[in-house]
Structure formats: structure tokens, C-alpha cells
Design a protein around this ligand. Structure first.
Ligand code: ADP
Length: 502
């Protein structure tokens, strides 16, 4: 029996994404009862720069929350707790005396600090030190250089930061600070692990990295467990006194929402690109394939930190969009499923979607896309099928690299994201990987993960066994293709990749 949360009906997940904020009402059975979503403005001040207005993030997120509460007539007595998952790395610096950010948030996609990172990390010893401590490959993507940019470019910011007058936070930290009425300045280890300032082995901010990037330690939030108390809501218009007790970066929240709690369990999100995470338990595995080592969200009571390997495919669902919007050979993404299934194979057509280079395990940013094996008989169906197969081949290469780094094969691959709805793609993926693919009935795993982290902390859910029990109705895909045929298809793909990068 649950010890906490008596009489409470719901957990609310605040899903703060890159293009929209959402508030999601989750009941005890793990069902998503309702969702409110609000987009917010993307700001592009210069080529390669991406910003968000932190106040707009806040108001879109609070707007979703208050609309959800009003729609269901909820009071604090109905809501057990709030969990937050968020776009990672995006950087906010604000003055706690006024509550005002000193400038717009610098978004993870923003490349303005690329040269700064190249210069600071040019020495291989420095790059190696960063990799060893943080598990990351030095890049402008992470928060460290974005904070430095703000301190160097906003008039007076460095002096104020050094005088202890400014705070830094990723978006979770900004939301927690505002929602708790400015009482709590904290983040969780999954978000901390994306700043490039956090030692993932010792579990603390690293003095050497703070000084390399010129970030005063007084700006940094306290790091608290992902599932545990972050304070209570205290903000006008929001029901007061609701515990905020789950926080995780979006990909780690999805891993948790997929019930990947143990080493060997993995999830892949098939969205515009793909994000794959493989739980590696208490061991932080270093990659020999340029994958990232990151912190996984832990259930309450975990001893020390838990880790995951992370890798991405740059172009996945975006290839399907390209067929629709640029080639115009399909009317909708979903059409590809029937088209692909209408033929027994692609007739030797392969698409290598290296629109923005090739990622793990190839690492060729200079590569560009290509289509091979065209014959007079190749048409819409062959191209649609080759596109879906290209998604699966890329994921298969990534999974293989991950399994080698982790020192053991994937047991099960849990899937989510828009393109995971495609049954042809899922079956072909299972055929290539030879492991079981599980697609949960609720593929909104990110919000679910944030809700689970919060509800575990309060006792709304008993423990991870109860959560596992909530996902009874998965679709399961198993290999039905002869292994020799899968190998031959993969060999054809690798041949196409080699021709693309040679
Ligand atoms: P993101 O969160 O990255 O924006 P989503 O998870 O919403 O992406 O997934 C949308 C992507 O999935 C789009 O690129 C779209 O082309 C692709 N997609 C959606 N449905 C299907 C489908 N049935 N088959 C293949 N691709 C699909």
C-alpha cells in the first residue's frame, strides 16, 4: 500500500520543451488524463543563434498548469505532486533580488559560443580532462560556454555574478525557483550533467571547470536527487503548497518513463532525429565510439548516481518530412507504412540521409546525403521503404556502438516518439537488431517519467515494481527475418555509407 498521497488523485508533469510547454495530468494508473500545450516564440537574433525569453517560457508553462487546474476544477487537495522535465542545456541567468533574467535564455541549439569552446578546449589535455570529468565531448551545446558568454557580454554581469548577485539555472532550475517563490535554487543530477561543469563521478560541481569557464561557484544551484523534495508551490494563481519532487532532463525523463531502471535497458525516441539512451547502472561507461556518458534519473533510495550512454541520429523523422515536403511523393508521414509494406523489398535502393553529416559511429560532419541503387522500376514505394529502412539502419549502427561500449548486447529496446507509430519501421528495426522492441501504449514517456519521479518521492506510487506493472499493454516486435537476410541488408547499407563518406 502507498504510504503517501492518500486522497490525492493526480500527479502533474510540467513538460518544458524546446518549442512548447505542456502540463500533463497523470492518474494513479499512469494514464494521461489530459494535456494542455502552449507554444512559445523562437528567437533567432543572428544566423546560428537561438534564444528563448525566460519569462515567456515561464508564462507558457504556468498558463498550461493553471488551465489544466481550472479545466478539471482541481485544488491542492487533489494534486499529489508536480514533476518537471525540460529541454536540456538551455541557460538562464537571473537576479534573485528582482526575479529578472539578465538576458534571453541561450538555447541548446545556439552556436554562438562554438569558437569560444574551440579556443578553450584546443589543448587535447583540456578536452580529455573535460571528457573524463563530465562524460561529454566539449561543445557549445552545453551550458558552460553559454554562461561565460552572458557574463562577458551583458554589461555589468560579471561584476554582479562575482558579487554573488546573479544565479544560473537550466530551465528546470528557473521554473523551480519561480514556482517556490524564490526559495529554492536547485537542479537535479541529470540536468547538472549537461552543463559541462559537473563531475559525474564525484557528483558535484567541478572547481577546475568552473574556473576554466569563469563561472563563480555562487551562481550554481544545489544539486538534489531527481526524485525527492524541491520545495512547494508558492506562486500567485497556482494552488499553493503542492510538493515539487521530480526533476529530470527530457531524455533521462523518457528513459525513466520507459521503466528503464537497470543496466542493459535502453530506449530510443524516433522523432525529428533519434535519441537513444542505454542505462548502465552504477557504472559510468566511457565510450570508444564518441558517445556521451550521462547521468540517469534514479528512483528514491538509490545509492550514488546511476548512468547512461547517450547517442543520437541527426536525421530520422526529418527524412520522412523531406519525402513529403521537398519531394512531394507522400501526403503524410503515416502513408509510408502502407507504401513500404506494398513491396517485398526496396529492390536495392538505399538512402543515406546525411543531410547534416553522419553521427555515431561514423562521425563525418562533412558527409552529405545520397541515394543509391536506382533502377527504372524504382518509384514512390521503393523510396518510402528505403527511407524507413534508413532510419532503422542508423539506429542499428548506434545500438551496436552502444552495446560495444556497454560491454553487452541490448536486451530490449523500448521505443517512443512520433515515428514509432510506424509498424513497418518497428518490425524492420526488430529484424535488424534481433532483440525485442517494446512500444508502450502511452508513448508520452517524457511526461510520464517526470510524473513517476515526483509520485515515487511522495509514495503516490509504491516503487518501481508498481510502475513496471502499469505498462501491461505494450506492442512487442520480435525478429521475424532470417538473420542472414538482415546481415545482407546491413552489408548493403554499410556499403552505401562507405561510398557516401569516401
Ligand atoms: P519531435 O518531438 O522531434 O518534433 P515527434 O516525436 O513529434 O518529433 O515525431 C515527429 C516526426 O516523426 C516527424 O519527423 C515525422 O516525419 C515522423 N513521423 C510521424 N509519424 C510517422 C509515421 N507514422 N511514420 C513515419 N514517420 C512518422
Amino acid at each position: 500500500m502507498s504510504t503517501g498521497g492518500a486522497g490525492k488523485k493526480y500527479v502533474i508533469a510540467l513538460d518544458q520543451g524546446t518549442t512548447s510547454s505542456r502540463a500533463v495530468l497523470v492518474d494513479r494508473s499512469g494514464r494521461m488524463v489530459d494535456v494542455v500545450q502552449r507554444p512559445f516564440q523562437q528567437i533567432f537574433p543572428q544566423p546560428g543563434w537561438v534564444e528563448h525569453n525566460p519569462q515567456e517560457i515561464l508564462f507558457s508553462q504556468l498558463g498550461c498548469l493553471t488551465e489544466l487546474v481550472a479545466r478539471h476544477g482541481l485544488s491542492a487537495g487533489d494534486i499529489d505532486s508536480v514533476g518537471i522535465d525540460n529541454q536540456r542545456e538551455t541557460t538562464v541567468v537571473w537576479d534573485p533580488a528582482t526575479g529578472q533574467p539578465v538576458c534571453n535564455a541561450i538555447v541548446w541549439q545556439c552556436r554562438r559560443t562554438a569558437q569560444m569552446v574551440d579556443e578553450l578546449c584546443a589543448d587535447p589535455q583540456v578536452a580529455g580532462m573535460i571528457r573524463a570529468k563530465t562524460g561529454l565531448l566539449p561543445d557549445a551545446y552545453y551550458s558552460a560556454s553559454k554562461i561565460r558568454w552572458i557574463l562577458e557580454n551583458v554589461p555589468g554581469a560579471r561584476e554582479r555574478a562575482e558579487g554573488g548577485e546573479l544565479l544560473f539555472g537550466t530551465v528546470d532550475t528557473w521554473l523551480v525557483w519561480v514556482l517556490t517563490g524564490g526559495l529554492v535554487h536547485a537542479t537535479d543530477p541529470t540536468n547538472a550533467s549537461r552543463t559541462m561543469l559537473y563531475d559525474i563521478h564525484r557528483g558535484c560541481w567541478d572547481e577546475g571547470l568552473l574556473s576554466l569557464f569563469g563561472v563563480p561557484a555562487s551562481m550554481m544551484p544545489e544539486v538534489r536527487p531527481s526524485s525527492g523534495p524541491f520545495g512547494e508551490t508558492s506562486y500567485p494563481g497556482v494552488p499553493a503548497g503542492i510538493p515539487i519532487c521530480g526533476v529530470a532532463g527530457d531524455q533521462q525523463a523518457a528513459l525513466f518513463g520507459q521503466c528503464c531502471f537497470e543496466a542493459g535497458q535502453a530506449k530510443n525516441t524516433y522523432g525529428t532525429g533519434c535519441f537513444m539512451l542505454l542505462h548502465t547502472g552504477r557504472e559510468a561507461k566511457a565510450s570508444t565510439h564518441n558517445l556521451i556518458t550521462t547521468v540517469a534519473a534514479s528512483a528514491p533510495g538509490a545509492e550514488g548516481l546511476e548512468y547512461a550512454l547517450e547517442g543520437s541520429v541527426f536525421v530520422a523523422g526529418a527524412l520522412i518530412q523531406w519525402l513529403r515536403d521537398e519531394l512531394g511523393i507522400i501526403g503524410s508521414a503515416a502513408e509510408t507504412e502502407a507504401l513500404a509494406a506494398s513491396i517485398p523489398d526496396t529492390g536495392g535502393v538505399y538512402i543515406v540521409p546525411a543531410f547534416t553529416g553522419l553521427g555515431a559511429p561514423w562521425w563525418r560532419p562533412d558527409a552529405r546525403g545520397a541515394i543509391y541503387g536506382l533502377t527504372r522500376g524504382a518509384g514512390r514505394a521503393q523510396l518510402a521503404r528505403a527511407a524507413l529502412e534508413a532510419l532503422a539502419y542508423q539506429v542499428s549502427d548506434l545500438a551496436k556502438a552502444m552495446a560495444e561500449d556497454a560491454g553487452g548486447p541490448l536486451g530490449v529496446l523500448n521505443v517512443d516518439g512520433g515515428a514509432s507509430a510506424n509498424n513497418f519501421l518497428m518490425q524492420f528495426q526488430a529484424d535488424l537488431l534481433g532483440c525485442e522492441l517494446r512500444r508502450p501504449a502511452n508513448t508520452e514517456t517524457t511526461s510520464l517519467g517526470a510524473a513517476y519521479l515526483a509520485g515515487l518521492a511522495t509514495g503516490f506510487w509504491d516503487g518501481i515494481d508498481e510502475l513496471r506493472g502499469l505498462r501491461a499493454d505494450d506492442d512487442v516486435f520480435r525478429r521475424s527475418m532470417e538473420p542472414a537476410r538482415a546481415e545482407a541488408l546491413l552489408a548493403g547499407w554499410h556499403d552505401a555509407v562507405r561510398r557516401t563518406i569516401s
